[in-house]
Design a binder for this molecule. Structure first.
Ligand code: F6P
Length: 328
């Protein structure tokens, strides 16, 4: 850990947006100002560093944003930054303003970029986990996850009304490219009969057996929540197979898609984003570098960026057992 003093902080959002990113930006800006530091907003993720789309922020720049979804700094997945020339250009643009510390709000891809950049140019970087997928180790929550789960719950509750009215089997696909957390949480909270996630193998024969059994017991209303990254291929793929194998069932598929990424952040997301944003600046001021700020058991938790990049959160076997028992 270096004790290099930070004077000017740059903040950016990168990768998929997540509700609560604005609350995190606000906390970073206001905590920096509290410490007498200058703070700069970098537009469109790392692209803004490469293209020199950087502007100085003050307390007023982040007024009235805590309740807004999306990100006022916009976001992108930068191809140029992953090339050495792109990172060199980015460094020059930071250097000419004297920016000597970065806060990166994003997911594992964004942290990979931060880690590389920091190693090459000796700029301390602090990451905040901003992703609806909750697919990063080192934090009980990621910014945006709670809002996305609540959005999915709201949508699935509505689907349940119409599903119940028609005695249908519904396959609802939620986001989660590599992680089943949105599916698990929204599925349990809406009483899903089955939840399919990338972390556990999908046994299609067992699913068909289970649905047939339920049909025999005259349980015709069945909800299957599928994570988009489930190895079977998502709700559309599953729908095709089930329509063939269960021709008597009245099956519908609904893909919730990007509505899960938008909307006003939940109270929890505003709170953790504010907490993490505050600690990101405190960490830079204390000379910490290349760590992700998380919250574990209600307390701030530091994870080296390279560990946060490599590790995912595990979904314990017990959860899948609970799903089975509660859905009988
Ligand atoms: O933010 C993560 C995520 O929501 C994934 O679950 C999903 O696969 C991906 O983003 C889609 O992102 P985009 O449409 O922006 O490429």
């Amino acid at each position: 850990m270096s004790a290099k003093k930070v004077n000017k902080i740059g903040v950016l959002t990168s990768g998929g947006d997540a509700p609560g990113m604005n609350a995190a930006i606000r906390a970073v800006v206001r905590t920096s100002i509290h410490h007498g530091l200058e703070v700069f907003g970098i537009m469109r993720g790392y692209n803004g560093m490469v293209d020199d789309d950087i502007f100085q922020m003050d307390s007023r720049s982040v007024a009235n944003i805590i309740q807004r979804g999306g990100t006022i700094l916009k976001t992108a997945r930068s191809k140029e930054f992953f090339e050495p020339e792109g990172r060199k250009k980015a460094y020059e643009n930071l250097k000419k303003r004297g920016i000597d510390g970065l806060v990166i709000i994003g997911g594992d891809g964004s942290f990979r970029g931060a880690q590389k950049f920091s190693n090459e140019f000796d700029i301390p970087c602090i990451g905040l986990p901003g992703t609806i997928d909750k697919d990063i180790a080192g934090s009980d929550f990621t910014i945006g996850f709670d809002t996305a789960v609540n959005t999915a719950i709201d949508a699935i509750d509505k689907i349940r009304d119409t599903m119940d009215a028609h005695d249908r089997l519904f396959l609802v696909e939620v986001m989660g490219r590599d992680a089943g957390y949105i599916a698990l949480h929204s599925g349990i909270a809406t009483g899903a009969e089955n939840i399919l996630i990338p972390e556990s193998r999908t046994d299609i024969e067992a699913l068909i057996y289970n649905l047939t059994e339920k049909e025999k017991r005259k349980k015709l209303v069945n909800l299957v929540v599928v994570a988009e990254g489930d190895e079977f291929g998502g709700a559309n793929e599953l729908g095709k197979v089930l329509k063939e194998r269960l021709p008597q069932a009245d099956i519908r598929v609904c893909i919730l898609g990007h509505i899960q990424r938008g909307g006003s952040p939940s109270g929890l997301d505003r709170l953790i984003a504010s907490h993490m944003g505050y600690h990101a600046v405190e960490a830079l001021v204390a000379g910490r570098r290349n760590e992700m700020i998380g919250i574990v058991n209600n307390a701030v938790h530091y994870t080296p960026l390279d560990k946060a990049i490599k590790e995912k959160q595990n979904i314990g076997e017990e959860w899948m057992k609970i799903v089975k028992i509660l859905a009988s």
